[in-house]
Design a protein around this ligand. Structure first.
Ligand code: TXA
Ligand code: MG
Length: 318
């Protein structure tokens, strides 16, 4: 790919490049995405090669209206419409049976497709301008930390991928992924739209479908060794604080003084927004590992998504 100069591009330039079948970085409220138009197989393939991503990991189709999402699914049940109305544009991906025209490369051969309307004015403008939805995984190399600032995307791909500068991502964690099946809703990946929020929305509309957490093999975002920074993360659970020094010395083996502590504080929104940026920053430091101490008051709501990502990024949990 030609090195753009400057590497930051406007929404208008982004629309043109996407129309030509190029892959570019786009901002969303969750993390930056690596986008291509869904109807150009070569462009979609470029996403996988740029990310060094295996083909078994399905991509999310980004739209700018619920009606557009419905066009790319084979079924659009009432519950999908309700969730879309309540939470879109926003950090929620709905997984539904796919429409026949959706390229199997996007869904990794699955019969379902993930659709999401992201909440970012520039990317909404870009999707509308291209006139075709955009497949967009997080704009990081496979298994690595997701980008929450435009400069993260530039660094990740050695300035080879042009990026639309949409500022710092408001949420900082990837969207909640919910599979809608006939009998239940399954949360495949927790995010800023929590299980409680989804249950409350359904209850308001007197819908009694159960909402459950399900970890899916079809979703590599769910496997370990994802979101990993450049140095190991050690998660110290509440009851294990006294054993931490001993563990570090015996297992790694390093002294606690060689580690850097990432204090998440008590505000979940702030902790989420800064998490990946902290992973990147501390990953570049001289420390030998990142220590995260789990505390009693860091539970509920957004914390489930934060601990999910940290659990997957962690090399050790003690
Ligand atoms: O917030 C986000 O969702 C960001 C921004 C850019 O929109 N995107 C993102 O994409 O996180 P990605 O590719 O890094 O993660 C998408 C995950 C896949 O790894 C998979 O776990 C799940 O979404 N997914 C997508 N389509 C699916 C499907 N048909 N069935 C099950 N899981 C699916
Ligand atoms: Mg990702």
């Amino acid at each position: 790919m030609k090195i753009p100069d400057p590497p930051y591009i406007s929404a208008t330039e982004a629309i043109q490049k996407l129309q030509e079948g190029q892959v570019i970085g786009v901002p969303t409220e969750t993390v930056y995405g690596l986008a291509a138009r869904i109807d150009d197989p070569k462009a979609v393939e470029k996403i996988f090669s740029t990310k060094e991503r295996p083909f078994f990991d399905p991509l999310i189709v980004h739209v700018a209206s619920a009606a557009e999402a419905a066009k790319h699914t084979a079924e659009w049940p009432t519950v999908a419409q309700l969730l879309a109305k309540e939470f879109w544009p926003g950090p929620l991906t709905l997984v539904l049976p796919k429409a026949a025209h959706i390229n199997p490369m996007i869904t990794s051969g699955l019969q379902t497709v993930g659709v999401r309307w992201p909440k970012h004015p520039l990317t909404e403008e870009i999707i509308n301008g291209v006139g075709v939805p955009l497949a967009a995984p997080s704009a990081n190399r496979f298994g690595k930390t997701s980008p929450t600032r435009p400069e993260h995307v530039l660094t990740e791909f050695h300035r080879q991928v042009p990026v639309v500068d949409g500022g710092v991502c408001e949420i900082g964690l990837e969207s909640t992924v919910v599979e809608i099946s006939g009998k239940a809703l399954f949360i495949l990946r927790p995010g800023a739209i929590t299980m409680e929020m989804i249950r409350e929305c359904l209850a308001t509309h007197k819908i009694t479908i159960p909402v459950e957490r399900k970890s899916s093999l079809a979703a590599p975002g769910n496997v370990k060794h994802h979101y990993m920074p450049e140095i190991p993360v050690v998660l110290v659970t509440e009851g294990s604080r006294d054993q931490a020094d001993d563990f570090l010395q015996k297992t790694l083996p390093i002294a606690a003084s060689q580690c850097v502590v990432l204090d998440l504080g008590t505000d979940a929104a702030l902790a989420a927004r800064g998490l990946y940026e902290n992973f990147r920053r501390l990953g570049q430091s001289d420390a030998k590992c990142i220590l995260i101490h789990q505390r009693e008051n860091q539970t509920g709501q957004l914390w489930s998504a934060i601990w999910d990502r940290i659990g997957r990024a962690a090399s050790y949990v003690i």
